[in-house]
Write a protein that binds this ligand. Sequence first.
Ligand SMILES: *Cc1c(COP(=O)(O)O)cnc(C)c1O
Length: 367
Amino acid sequence: MVKGIRKFAYDCEKYVSGKSMDEVMEEYGLTSVIKLGSNENQYGPYPVAVQAMQAEIGRMNIYPEKNYIRLKELVGEKFGVDGDWVSLGHGAGNVLDEVAKTLLEDGDEVLLPKESYRLYREISKIMGAKVVEIPLNEDYTIDLADYKKALTDKTKIVWICNPNNPTGTVIDKDTFGAFIDALPEKCWLVVDEAYADFTDPDLLPDLMPYIKAGKNVINIHTFSKYYGLAGGRIGYLVANPAFINWYDTVSEPFNANRMGLAGAVALMEHPEEPKKYGDLMIKDRTWMNEELTKMGCAPIDSQANFVFFQCPYPADEVAEILLQNGVIVRPCTGWGFDHFLRISIGTTEQNKVVLAKLQEAFDKLGD
Ligand SMILES: *Cc1c(COP(=O)(O)O)cnc(C)c1O
């Protein structure tokens, strides 16, 4: 037994990522693999980002400076605020973690969706917070009414994933304002919008009016999904400057790397490139859901870069057959959805292959 580990660490569970392409190739003796298990962007990295990162590599001995400020300004422009309303992190995961560090005290309560991104739970537990998990509705959506009922004067953070991972569902926009008004004075609403660029804008509540009005709302984004820069590890938050100041106080000084920053800046300056393929993935999402329905599956209306659907066979068995055939997907058994798969939208070509292999798997299991 290792001595000296923090007592709260004993409650935490290690993040189990999906299998890597190398692992699957080695384990199953394959020469090629399609990885659609982690919602990465198969059209990335985009050429503008690659060029900018290549130009940056010769400066890797120096701490990031100019692009750091520049990215905050560009993000600020996108959201209609100055750069001091924005701060960064090594991916949205790190941003979430630093937000937990900024806000949570031993004994605080947090509310989070039971079937969602696991990190909210773990980063809350390590800070000593009491985690209250709120199950999704029967239609796989996060129900703010349930959250409202669970608020107490100890609630410090409400973690919301919108659209939700792994279901792709969005919260009810119409009840959002009333929910914010119901938050206790010291409670912060953290909205993880990692997939928001793939969402019909009419379905998303605009967080900025609340943030600008001084409400305790934090908006979190990443360059990993829509912008195709998961390996660049850049995430950001938008919140009022007073909160940003505390966030910066508890985070490390240079919490984003030069390469990722250069890529992110280039992508913000050339949004047409990610948009072109983003639009294509949204179109393919609709098409995949139609095909899945024809195959006897029941897809949920996902607003993210993945499809989430119920299939006629146990998800683990389907996923295992797909692995043997060189396709990595995410069975949702760990969330309690034992007949559900989450499959990231790949290139149009990959999507066709995956659907064909999925049909083969069904045929095999149906024999
Ligand atoms: C992928 C993902 C993130 C993490 O993104 P990084 O920027 O790569 O750390 C955060 N939240 C959700 C819901 C995600 O699915």
